[in-house]
Design a protein around this ligand. Structure first.
Ligand code: SF4
Length: 169
């Protein structure tokens, strides 16, 4: 069976798509990340210690929401990030969650949370975002179907990427 026939596109993959297509290929093909990577460790620590009163780490259709709460009758999905460095990728990831919920008949709004920067940003699902996401899903499937990963290209995300050693050593 082709990998594109059974690929599940979750939030992490959407975020990776905005960062690097090689990273997408590695994730789909289950190439292990460096679990001791400082950036991953820091992310876990921030996740564990922030917003302790909210409901955390909710699984939904293969995605994992960091936070879920109700506010004035509206469902709010929160996504915690260690920094706003990759904010475009984080916005698209959260929009994907809202789209998945909508496909299941649930309307929600999103909040990006940057506890270290004491910052938050609202994310609302628009028709434009949905059209963009539909294109992104197709492109992820195309990348995943490649027989070998796309060539490594140096970018601003390489330094903190968990695949850094694999690409550059
Ligand atoms: S190290 Fe750079 S090229 Fe390699 S997967 Fe990460 S972002 Fe992509």
């Amino acid at each position: 069976m082709l990998i594109s026939e059974n690929i599940h596109i979750g939030g992490t993959l959407i975020q990776s798509y905005k960062i690097c297509s090689r990273q997408v290929w590695f994730e789909v093909h289950k190439i292990d990340q460096d679990q001791e990577n400082d950036f991953i460790m820091m992310g876990r620590l921030i996740d564990r210690n922030s917003y302790q009163r909210d409901k955390k780490s909710i699984d939904f259709e293969g995605s994992k929401f960091d936070i879920l709460r109700k506010e004035k009758g509206t469902l709010v999905v929160g996504e915690i990030k260690k920094s706003s460095h990759s904010i475009d990728a984080a916005r698209l990831q959260l929009a994907h969650y809202l789209y998945e919920l909508q496909k299941n008949g649930i309307e929600a709004r999103g909040e990006l949370l940057f506890p270290k920067e004491k910052k938050r940003e609202e994310v609302l699902l628009s028709e434009e975002l949905k059209t963009h996401l539909d294109q992104v899903y197709q492109e992820i499937i195309a990348i995943s179907s490649l027989e070998a990963p796309p060539h490594a290209k140096k970018c601003k995300y390489c330094r903190n990427c968990a695949y850094n050693e694999l690409c550059w050593s």
